[in-house]
Ligand binder design. Structure first.
Ligand code: PLP
Length: 382
């Protein structure tokens, strides 16, 4: 048999070996790890909704008598894994994003994979921001289309590539995240729209980290802009699970007919669809309150960082602190745990070589003082 253990040992030698952290409990902005309560900077639960006990109790009470409260859909949507509630949520999402139609996928990963590999194929060309998420890269590879990655947020470079490669291909697609998952900086979507019109391409925006966290009214970051396809996940700020693609009726129907990650997978359990819909319909005020808390904290942290020598490219609640060296990054993260902070080191291949970092995710319930204590410690270490 092939020596997989040897490959794993090599990962250990370069400090690149991954382990699933032993978290025993999660409660809003905290995790219990190794028996200790730590402030959780490694979560995408930006509004602290997913473990809010009051919300969960209210939801369960409301839905107790409801037949929609099933824990499995037991089939793919195109078989019998569907129901009124799925269509209701899709209608709501299409309205929120100001698009004709929406399609729920099981995860953001499956959504990006499905959308890209279905809309594009051999003979087409894709232009993708260099820091786009793995699901986008995998979708491009699976599509069979030629693809070019432009330098992160460098739209001059994108235009050079468009000039060079666009005309040799049938269809073309530009893809960018809105708020970037690792650097927390933000794409210039209006500029991307200008380029897509100039070079006759489709434009897809992944709102995974913006949806219900930094956008207005959970409408994504492309509100009012001519973006062809938006994808967003429910597993981050919304504190749920699943994802959506919103677009024209034709494109959504095309996905229903051809997207293999949609067609050949058991759909999300109804209970979870109900939770997502309930949050978006009944808990919008609470979502807005949490969003404002997060926005205030984010501004305070950015302001504090710019008053020190800690520069950051971030424009959002995601704040990378690049340390560079893999081993040092792991050491600092371990020290932070002793001080009461749960921060995971992010290393290649998740980020480019020599940019190992701590990725700080601010969440709505955190106090500024705690974040400042963490930043002061890290500043002294790097
Ligand atoms: N897109 C981006 C930008 C992400 O950061 C992620 C998750 O980390 C995904 C898509 C995948 O979403 P999900 O976790 O719902 O599969």
């Amino acid at each position: 048999m092939y020596d997989y253990q040897n490959e794993l040992d090599k990962l250990k030698e370069t400090d690149s070996y991954r382990r699933i952290p032993e978290i025993t409990e999660k409660k809003e902005e905290y995790v219990i790890f190794d028996g200790k309560k730590l402030l959780n900077f490694s979560s995408n639960d930006y509004l602290n909704l997913s473990t809010n006990e009051d919300l969960a109790k209210e939801f369960i009470t409301e839905f107790e008598q409801n037949p929609e409260l099933q824990f499995s859909s037991a089939s793919a949507r195109l078989l019998s894994g569907t129901g009124r509630i799925y269509g209701d949520l899709e209608k709501l999402l299409a309205e929120l994003f100001g698009k004709e139609s929406a399609l729920i996928f099981n995860t953001g990963y499956q959504c990006n994979l499905g959308v890209i590999s279905t809309l594009m194929s051999k003979g087409d060309v894709i232009f993708s921001d260099k820091l786009n998420h793995a699901s986008i890269i995998d979708g491009m590879k699976l599509s069979g289309a030629e693809f070019h990655r432009y330098k992160h947020l460098d739209y001059e470079h994108l235009e050079e590539l468009l000039k060079k490669y666009r005309n040799d291909h049938k269809k073309a697609l530009i893809i960018s995240e809105s708020v970037f998952s690792m650097d927390g900086d933000v794409a210039d979507i209006a500029k991307l729209v200008e380029l897509k019109n100039k070079y006759d391409t489709l434009l897809m925006i992944d709102d995974a980290h913006a949806f219900c966290s930094v956008d207005d009214n959970c409408a994504g970051m492309s509100e009012g802009l001519d973006v062809d396809i938006v994808t967003a996940t429910f597993g981050k700020a919304l504190g749920s699970f699943g994802a959506v693609a919103v677009s024209s009726k034709t494109i959504i129907n095309f996905l229903i007919n051809k997207a293999r990650s949609f067609i050949f997978s058991t759909s999300i359990p109804p209970i979870n669809i109900a939770w997502t819909k309930w949050l978006l319909t009944k808990k919008r005020d609470f979502i807005n309150t949490q969003k404002h808390k997060l926005a205030r904290l984010t501004i305070a942290v950015h302001k504090y960082m710019s008053s020190t020598d800690m520069k950051t490219v971030s424009e959002s609640q995601i704040i990378p602190v690049v340390i560079g060296d893999d081993t040092k990054t792991v050491e600092v993260a371990e020290q932070l745990r002793k001080l009461g902070f749960f921060v995971l080191p992010i290393r290649p291949p998740t980020v480019p070589p020599n940019t190992s970092r701590l990725r700080l995710s601010l969440t709505a319930n955190m106090e500024f003082e705690s974040v400042r204590t963490l930043l002061d410690y890290v500043r002294n270490e790097i």
